[in-house]
Design a protein around this ligand. Structure first.
Ligand SMILES: Cc1cc2nc3c(=O)[nH]c(=O)nc-3n(C[C@H](O)[C@H](O)[C@H](O)COP(=O)(O)OP(=O)(O)OC[C@H]3O[C@@H](n4cnc5c(N)ncnc54)[C@H](O)[C@@H]3O)c2cc1C
Length: 241
């Protein structure tokens, strides 16, 4: 069972040639979680801020921890700034300026994973790949936790029952992309996305796909974020978001 994430050795050894991942589907992230006496209990998301081709987040967690980070499509990050670290520097300055996090000990960790592409070979006799090993994150919100869990369950079911292991039932979009279709064109994302203590800032007009998904997420986040323990992710919400 290849469940080792992006650098999964099972993927490399058995599936890489038949399932090459497209570099245009690669994400790059930079994040850090640490003990911090946060004051603002709301989640903050910033989409396309300062030219970032993606989004950044501030998430206060239980027991005095906070998770901050940013991510975007790797190719676009390279094109725009040459280095994700430059976006990080601007981001942490913004956190300090807004009074959200004023911290001297940053040492963020970088990670990369792939969005869902034209993946069709995910098993070979008794070998399977799931989650980031395949590259299954949703193409609109880059969410990989749900697809990783679902593909793991499907692969396990195949092993136990002999049923075919197929990704057909795993959605390519967060929430099925329904909101993307119903949002009226020209909607002001900033107003549309503000909800309770969770605030979404759009620095530029963005695609309705992103705005709709975040609206739905934000509604959940405001009640859940500060109760998520440090180091834990919430499958239904952008954890880190
Ligand atoms: C900063 C950041 C924020 C994210 N935010 C979100 C979000 O808000 N929502 C969302 O849905 N997704 C998010 N994602 C993506 C999500 O985390 C991944 O898509 C998901 O965790 C993939 O799960 P996985 O089990 O396939 O791989 P992983 O979570 O990477 O787990 C793979 C595991 O295999 C282990 N491993 C690797 N090699 C070996 C080996 N040789 N032997 C044994 N073990 C091995 C690794 O140590 C690791 O524990 C985020 C990712 C990052 C980096």
């Amino acid at each position: 069972m290849g469940a080792g994430g992006t650098a999964c050795p099972v993927y490399k050894a058995l599936f890489h040639e038949r399932n090459p991942r497209g570099s245009f589907l690669q994400t790059a992230t930079y994040e850090q979680e640490f003990a911090y006496p946060w004051q603002d209990p709301g989640c903050h998301l910033w989409f396309f801020d300062d030219g970032l081709p993606g989004y950044a987040w501030y998430v206060p967690k239980a027991n005095g921890h906070v998770n901050v980070g940013l991510g975007g499509m790797a190719d676009q990050l390279k094109d725009r700034a040459g280095n994700i670290k430059q976006f990080w520097q601007k981001f942490v300055r913004k956190l300090a300026k807004r009074g959200l996090v004023n911290y001297d000990g940053y040492h963020p960790t970088g990670y990369s994973y792939y969005l869902r592409g034209a993946v069709d070979v995910v098993s070979d006799e008794n070998a399977y790949i799931v989650g980031d090993s395949v590259g299954l994150a949703t193409v609109d919100m880059c969410e990989g936790i749900g697809p990783a869990v679902r593909s793991g369950l499907l692969a396990a079911d195949s092993i136990v029952t002999g049923a075919e292991y197929s990704l057909a039932g795993i959605d390519r979009f967060s929430g099925g992309g329904f909101f993307s279709k119903v949002l009226p064109p020209g909607q002001s994302e900033t107003n549309f996305c503000q909800n309770g203590s969770a605030v979404v800032d759009f620095s530029a007009r963005c695609s309705s796909g992103v705005s709709s998904a975040c609206t739905r997420r934000v509604a959940n986040l405001s009640t859940r974020a500060a109760s998520v323990p440090a180091g834990k992710a919430d499958v239904n919400a952008p954890n880190s978001l």
